[in-house]
Design a protein around this ligand. Structure first.
Ligand code: MV4
Length: 455
């Protein structure tokens, strides 16, 4: 095992990785920007190194500064967390070239998965169902028109280098196709410095179900079952749960097996997620791979009993997975609410500021993953996640009751939060009976006025 690891992230995930290090007997070295100098995760770490000013380009996205910190601290490995540099293949490669183990997939796998058209090609090769559409990028308007007629309108134009909903454009009829393609190409070039786009059939009101996988360096690959992350607002997830409710076991088994096949063909190592869209008839379609630990990983940990972050570190250190697929047995149901410092009354604009009071929920089946404390100042520079409230109970109905109770206990003062929104969702009959889809939050809970709904 590594004697010492650099945690190249901030906030709750930095704390989460530090906790895993401690339990493994690994020293954890934290990095921080000047805006995070008073953060609690720095006190829990064995050492903390300042890497620059508040803006992430000066700190958490600055590769030379992070490599310099790793050299100064004499670590053997670097954990990137999520966001920031976690899926940057150049960073993973530089880590290796500088003599540090990158705690994540090989840079080649990250690079392949970053191109959504390549990921789909690999999925197709692995006999994983994909959304009907172009094979690879579309190179001309005539090719696009031929394809769109074949698969039928509406179609979705997506950026090959995109993901997470960025750079998507719906096109409802052929009169608008050339124009939509051009706009999608422009957006893709501006956002990802890559104008390549591809076309998919538009799946109406899908659910978002993803599969957690773990792969060690000797080619042993397992899935840790599924998470339903359907409830989102503008591509920001709000609530995640595991297992996916009301999805038949047989479908969930095929999802898990598909994810493992895909990982095998991709040469994937470490933790990752395969994302699928699921339609009303329970048909599933692969859309993309997330080559990192995800914000919603705790719900999988609660139902499998597997510490995913510790497994990431063990895999990077060359250890074999300590379990087989048939030993990964789900117990009960887990739900996570993301608590953000946003103002639901003002279009969810960020609400930075000082936390003046905090009451943390507890009791049976409650987990609070958060870096905040009284006096903590939420900086304006980063995403607005304050913490994740996670519950675990024998059944979904019991987990819902535990979550309602825990949300009532949770109190955060000084900033606006998404707690009231979660309280509404946890009492809404559509959510309780799982009659939701990816458009539900914006369509039903927050009916427009606040802009056009996502496709
Ligand atoms: C889609 C889709 C419908 N049809 N692809 C958005 C995030 C990105 N990962 C993929 N996304 C979607 N792709 C086809 N062919 C609808 C979405 C989508 C969505 C997907 C998952 C979760 C929330 C979403 C919200 C809006 C749209």
């Amino acid at each position: 095992m590594f004697p010492r690891i650099l945690v190249a992230n901030r906030g709750e995930i930095a704390l989460r990785v530090i906790r895993a290090c401690k339990e493994l007997g690994v020293e954890a070295v934290a990095v921080y920007s000047q805006a995070d100098r008073d953060a609690m995760y720095l006190k829990v770490a064995d050492r903390a190194i300042c890497i620059g000013k508040g803006p992430s380009t000066d700190s958490y996205l600055n590769i030379p500064r992070i490599i310099a910190a790793a050299e100064v601290a004499d670590v053997q490995a670097i954990h990137p967390g999520y966001g920031f540099l976690s899926e940057n293949p150049g960073f993973a490669e530089v880590c290796g070239a500088s003599g540090f183990e990158f705690i994540g997939p090989p840079h080649e796998a990250i690079r392949k998965m970053g191109l959504k058209t390549e990921a789909k090609e690999i999925a197709a090769e692995a006999k994983v169902p994909c959304v009907p559409g172009s094979e690879g990028v579309v190179t001309s308007d005539t090719q696009a028109l031929r394809l769109a007629r074949q698969i039928g309108f509406p179609v979705l134009i997506k950026a090959a280098a995109g993901g997470g909903g960025k750079g998507m454009r719906i096109c409802r009829d052929e009169a608008h196709l050339a124009e939509a393609l051009q706009m999608a190409r422009n957006e893709a070039e501006a956002a990802f410095k890559n104008a390549s786009v591809y076309i998919e059939k538009f799946i109406d009101r899908p659910r978002h179900v993803e599969v957690q996988i773990l792969a060690d360096k000797s080619g042993h690959i397992v899935h840790c079952w599924d998470r339903d992350c359907t409830l989102q607002r503008r591509h920001q997830k709000l609530i995640e749960e595991s297992p996916a409710p009301t999805l038949p076991l047989q479908v969930r088994q095929r999802l898990g097996e598909s994810a493992v096949r895909l990982a095998r063909v991709a040469g994937y190592v470490n933790a990752g997620t395969c994302e699928f869209l699921v339609d009303a008839d329970h048909n599933f379609y692969f859309i993309e791979v997330n080559a990192r630990i995800q914000v919603e990983h705790p719900v999988t940990e609660m139902v499998t009993g597997i510490d995913l972050v510790k497994q990431q570190i063990r895999i990077a250190a060359g250890e074999p997975l300590p379990f087989n697929q048939d030993e990964i047995v789900l117990r009960g149901h887990s739900i996570q609410c993301r608590i953000n410092s946003e103002d639901p009354d003002h279009d969810f604009r960020p609400s930075p500021g000082r936390i003046t009071a905090l009451r943390i929920p507890g009791g049976p089946g409650v987990r609070w993953d958060s870096h905040i404390q009284v006096g903590y100042v939420v900086p304006p520079y980063y995403d607005s996640l304050l913490g994740k409230l996670i519950v675990h109970a024998p059944t979904r109905d019991e987990a819902l009751a535990t979550m309602r109770r825990a949300l009532d206990e949770l109190a955060i003062e000084g900033v606006q939060t998404t707690i009231p929104l979660h309280k509404r969702i946890l009492r809404h009959p559509d959510f309780l009976t799982n009659h939701v889809d990816t458009t539900w939050v914006e369509r039903v809970l927050l009916p427009p006025r606040s802009g056009p709904p996502s496709p």
